[in-house]
Design a protein. Structure first.
Length: 252
């Protein structure tokens, strides 16, 4: 987790793009930014120092934004100056989703998932078969040319008139069923049984037609990954949820 710093450190740089800061609301959600603040209820600004080891995630978000604006927030400006790398997104008013059984937000997520595009040609993205190779000898089953977000934390989803998916720091090229599969673990952690979570994900055509062997291998990889992450997980229920899903896949 990256420690937050006071946004005022970069006020002068921000104001080059936003004009005078009249209101500023620091954001506590998220793990990867040193700066996270809503400016004038128009911009969401996130940033890292230019020498931060994860600054490449800022550049990746900048590169990919033009392909995902219809499902995310539009990037309106970016700055690399004064030792900082900042991204200024159009602020999306809304709230976090409720993933619990019976929530009306679930339908908004299943409407959003099919809108995620194919992976852009020529953009250097992490491949799913590489990303999870340490946790599965069958990681080749995760390969594909779809653009996956992979982190369905409620803090990465904004519910307004529809659902939008933000914080694209770790986009991955892989099979088109990977995002619904990643969502399943959050559903289980939010109170769904594994079977019910899979049924919810199967509302997304890509997951409904996913090869059974591939999904089972992915569940095993997720269980291994969350076991390794352990207490560093952003939601402590994810470790148990991933284990429960894997058990369900092995004993249907």
């Amino acid at each position: 987790m990256t420690k937050r710093v006071q946004w005022e450190q970069v006020r002068a740089l921000i104001e080059r793009f936003t004009g005078l800061v009249e209101t500023a609301r620091p954001v506590g959600e998220g793990l990867n930014s040193e700066i996270a603040v809503i400016i004038n209820d128009r911009y969401f600004v996130k940033g890292l120092r230019q020498d931060h080891p994860w600054v490449w995630t800022q550049n990746r978000e900048k590169e990919i934004n033009r392909y995902i604006r219809h499902v995310s927030a539009a990037l309106e400006w970016n700055a690399e100056a004064d030792g900082w790398n900042l991204l200024g997104f159009r602020y999306l008013p809304g709230r976090q989703p409720d993933y619990r059984p019976g929530s009306p937000d679930l339908a908004l997520i299943t409407d959003l998932l099919p809108k995620l595009p194919g992976a852009p040609a020529g953009l250097d993205l992490k491949r799913a078969e590489q990303r999870w190779s340490a946790y599965s000898q069958q990681a080749g089953l995760f390969a594909g040319d779809h653009l996956s977000h992979t982190d369905w934390s409620p803090g990465n989803v904004v519910i307004g008139r529809d659902a939008r998916l933000v914080d694209w720091a770790w986009p991955t090229r892989g099979a088109d069923w990977i995002d619904p599969a990643c969502w399943i673990i959050w559903l289980i952690a939010s109170g769904h049984s594994p079977g019910r979570a899979e049924s919810q994900a199967a509302s997304v055509p890509a997951f409904a037609r996913a090869p059974r062997q591939a999904v089972t291998a992915f569940a095993a990889a997720q269980a291994a990954m969350w076991t390794e992450i352990g207490e560093q997980a952003p939601h402590h229920g994810l470790r148990a949820a991933a284990a429960d899903w894997h058990k369900h896949r092995m004993n249907p």
